[in-house]
Design a protein around this ligand. Structure first.
Ligand code: T1G
Ligand code: NAD
Length: 700
């Protein structure tokens, strides 16, 4: 089989080219190929060597698909040391992204040049890992301890110009990289430039206490995560140990991270996010519809954010409201969001003006006649949404995609009022819509393949992570959330305080506890949804009585300064309110609930296993294509910690038999209505199968 690495000499320069699509990952064959080429340069007539890549990017890291398999020689740290030990100057020529092991290879070279638009970074921490091929020892030597810590514990790549500013890149070039790199090599040879081993550079010291302060800051920023702390340990070693001993410590910490459940979870998420973008049964070459003008109906909390997504991606947006006052309110929300973005350095004043300029307010449906896509985000009421779609059916051009941002409503019933159900789909954004990455793409029963394919591609264009959901009440995320929310409120009325429930979930890793999330979203959203249902369908009163009573007291959550908690008007910091505790105890006695001690483990298990159990039903019904999709929904839409891998990965990591046992215990204690083990869970436990194995069997 052909090696993905080729070698040739051009004008006395040895040129090593890596060609391993799609991202030139450092597979075994690539490592072997580079090593063989370096060995050849030791005795051939080359005067210098350049390492570069074919395709769209420089090496984007170790081959993640090889993780968990028995490691094969040459190991990457050894390859990097061999490159560095070369007696001839070795140059890395970077385009696209040099990430992880790719940047480590580049740092083991003696010189680095990069195209203007290239990016370099060490994102291993996002996989629960640390740079394991000398990166933690070489980077501090090149950019200093502070910048090295930021780059490795954050994981975000930086641009070539910024990297040059740090001394990580020696030369930023324009035009054709290969020619520029060869020309520079010839210059280096002509100047008699010597090999420069990064490992022989000193690490500039830092004031005492710097690393401990950094550890504390990381503990706050990356609560519960191991890898960032291990990175600080390695950087400390770069300051205190000789290079080879620092390398040995790095290896030890790398292996520890690689074997950790956190890394397994984060690697699962890496692939789950990419798998989620693939729609089963939808041919890869399905033609896409052209989308350059977008209409948004309703400029409230969601409509305003949705409009910004498309304007930020360069599209013209017509934002329609019932009247001028509501429209002005919506445009003011957008202006505030852009001001905030400029203040936080997310975009420049000029960029904000340009994007804002693409959004035109209107109250006239006629403005939507030439729209390619229209997204409805009016009040959560089926009848009102059907009214809006009837109007859209009358004014929009044939071939326009008509989408609804509904949270719960039946998208098929909305499509049914139009003459073109093939063009109707659900696009469910999450609040704040211009920030949250998740987009549930709700596949309505009659939606055409090109409508679905167009929306999946569009999601990437507006920098969202799409997940396909079938049609059911609340789709994937909100349907499961109903069970999570039920258990949170039952724990409260049975004896736990809101603080105890939120502390247990935040300690476990959730970005925010459930009661605090309800206050953030607004208690009135759930209240209105319940009021819209017949009494018999409102569910267990014990699971909503307290929230309803708070709404009836005018405590809607953060937006009114009080809900389950009180909120400081300046800092929005939450604090306990004895009035709420009194209300809970009152409602408990009205409902005849005997209050008791509810410990943290019970809280965590009830809330998470309620999610998992319903997730199993959603998979069994085919509402979600695969378990990983549910994990992506929860990590990108509901603040579920990525280092726990999402609810379904967590169930597998916990052990389905243990989950089943706990669910059965809860059925015993709390009844079958809320706690009947999902048939899929039962089948998998009986078969001794994991969800991951089941998911694989579904595609074969
Ligand atoms: N290994 C294997 N496959 C990879 C890969 C990798 N490193 N990176 C991407 N892919 C696959 C991906 O699954 C997808 O496959 C296809 O390539 C396109 O990717 C020792 C231990 C480079 C910015 O963390 O961030 O080095 O779905 O859809 O949006 O210190 O991929 O088509 O079948 O993401 O243009 C560190 C990971 C590894 C970078 C391109 N490196 N990759 O983004 O395309 S750990 C990373 C990315 C390491 C050493 C350690 C992005 C990208 P498929 P894509 P994209
Ligand atoms: P909102 O009350 O903030 O905004 C709704 C807007 O629709 C209002 O500005 C109103 O004036 C406008 N409107 C009402 N009838 C209209 C009509 N006939 N024509 C044009 N505009 C009209 O509500 P929201 O929170 O933005 O929710 C909108 C939709 O998005 C709902 O279906 C909701 O379920 C869904 N959603 C909400 C969230 C959330 O967290 N708020 C998240 C995802 C989805």
């Amino acid at each position: 089989m052909n090696s993905p690495v080729s070698y040739e000499i051009i004008d006395s320069i040895g040129v090593i080219t890596v060609d391993n699509p799609p991202v030139n990952a450092l597979s075994h064959a690539v490592r072997e190929g580079i090593l063989d080429a370096i060995q050849v340069t030791k005795s051939d007539e080359s005067r210098a060597v350049v390492i570069l890549c074919a395709g769209r990017t420089f090496i984007a890291g170790a081959d993640i698909t090889e993780f968990g398999k028995p490691p094969r020689e040459p190991h990457l740290p050894d390859l990097c040391n061999t490159i560095e030990a070369s007696s001839k100057p070795v140059v890395a020529a970077i385009h696209g992204t040099a990430l992880g092991g790719g940047l480590e290879v580049a740092m083991s070279c003696h010189y680095r040049c990069a195209l203007q638009g290239a990016k370099v970074g060490l994102p291993e921490v996002r996989l629960g890992l640390l740079p394991g091929a000398g990166g933690t020892q070489r980077l501090p030597r090149l950019v200093g301890v502070g910048a090295a810590l930021d780059m490795m514990t954050g994981g975000s790549p930086i641009g070539a110009v910024e990297a040059a500013g740090h001394g990580l890149i020696d030369k930023v070039v324009d035009g054709e990289l290969r020619e520029a790199a060869l020309a520079w090599c010839r210059e280096l040879v002509a100047e008699g430039a010597a090999r420069r081993a990064t490992s022989e550079l000193p690490v500039d010291g830092v004031p005492a206490g710097t690393l401990d302060a950094y550890r504390d800051a990381v503990a706050k920023r990356a609560r519960g995560q191991v890898a960032p702390q291990r990175i600080v340990d390695c950087v400390e070693a770069s300051l205190t140990l000789p290079f080879t001993e620092g390398l040995a410590l790095e290896r030890e910490k790398f292996v520890e991270c690689m074997q950790s459940p956190q890394s397994a979870a984060l690697r699962h998420m890496f692939f789950a996010e990419r798998e989620a973008a693939k729609v089963r049964g939808l041919p890869k070459d399905t033609p896409l519809r052209e989308v350059s003008k977008v209409g948004v109906i309703g400029a409230g909390t969601m409509g305003s954010g949705i409009a910004m997504n498309f304007a930020n991606a360069g599209m013209q947006v017509a934002l329609l409201e019932v009247g001028d006052e509501a429209l002005a309110r919506g445009l003011a929300i957008i202006d505030r969001n852009y001001e905030g973005g400029v203040k936080r350095g997310k975009l420049s004043e000029a960029q904000a003006l340009e994007c804002r300029g693409r959004i035109a307010g209107t109250t006239d449906y006629g403005s939507l006649a030439d729209a390619d896509l229209v997204i409805e985000a009016v009040f959560e009421n089926l009848g009102l949404k059907q009214e809006v779609f009837t109007k859209l059916d009358a004014v929009c051009r044939q071939g326009a995609i008509l989408a609804t941002n509904t949270s719960y409503q039946d998208v098929n019933k909305i499509a049914a009022v139009t003459s073109r159900p093939r063009d109707v789909i659900g696009l469910h954004f999450f609040s704040p819509a211009h920030i949250m990455k998740l987009l549930e793409v709700v596949r309505a029963g009659k939606a055409a393949d090109d409508v679905l394919a167009t929306c999946m591609a569009l999601a990437k264009t507006i920098r969202k992570t799409p997940v396909v959901s079938g049609v059911c009440y609340g789709f994937i995320g909100n349907r499961m959330l109903g069970h999570y929310a039920r258990e949170a409120q039952l724990c409260v009325i049975e004896g736990a305080t809101p603080e105890q429930v939120d502390a247990a979930m935040e300690e476990w890793g959730m970005a925010m506890g459930p009661l605090a999330v309800f206050d953030l979203a607004g208690l009135d959203v759930g209240y209105k949804a319940r009021q819209g249902l017949p009494e018999s369908e409102r569910g267990d009163p014990r699971a909503c009585r307290v929230a309803d009573a708070l709404v009836e007291m005018g405590r809607l959550g953060q937006k009114t300064g009080a809900g389950f908690y009180r909120y400081d008007p300046e800092t929005r910091r939450r604090s306990s309110d004895p009035e709420v505790q009194a209300l809970i105890e009152r409602e408990a006695s009205v409902l005849g609930v005997e209050r008791r001690e509810v410990d943290a483990q019970e809280i965590v298990d009830r809330l998470l296993f309620a999610l998992v159990n319903e997730g199993m039903n959603i998979l069994d019904e085919g509402i979600a294509q695969r378990p990983g999709d549910i994990d992506v929904v929860y990590v990108y839409g509901y603040g579920f910690p990525a280092w726990r891998g999402g609810p379904m990965h967590y169930a597998d990591a916990t052990g389905l038999a243990q989950v089943h046992e706990r669910v059965c215990e809860f059925r015993q204690r709390f009844g079958a209505e809320n706690w009947t083990p999902a048939p899929l869970l039962v089948r998998l436990v009986e078969a001794g199968e994991t969800l991951a194995a089941w998911a694989k069997s579904q595609v074969n």
